[in-house]
Design a protein around this ligand. Structure first.
Ligand SMILES: [Zn+2]
Length: 90
């Protein structure tokens, strides 16, 4: 499945992490929490930035992960950021 993590504060210009895990998302989150999952998340942890998984594509595979990454607009998939955007547009 493909998952999207939203950081409470930006790290440099990044505020999202898009990842893929075969089956065990809970286990992957534990890895992220212990800085063994991804360099970006480890850096976020080291900055004391809180983060959360905001969206999961349960049927997502590596193709979907690549496709979503290629959009380079993770915030469009993020319910937190998209809601904020709508509010400022109104
Ligand atoms: Zn977001």
């Amino acid at each position: 499945m493909v998952y999207l993590i939203h950081f409470q504060d930006k790290l440099h210009h990044a505020q999202h992490y898009l990842g893929f895990v075969e089956t065990n998302l809970a286990q992957r989150i534990q890895l992220h929490l212990s800085n063994r999952g991804a360099k970006l998340i480890a850096a976020v942890n080291n900055q004391g930035i809180r983060w959360q998984v905001v969206r999961v594509w349960h049927k997502g595979d590596r193709n979907l992960e690549r496709k979503l990454k290629n959009y380079k607009k993770s915030r469009c998939f993020c319910p937190i950021c998209c809601n904020n955007q709508q509010r400022t547009n109104q």
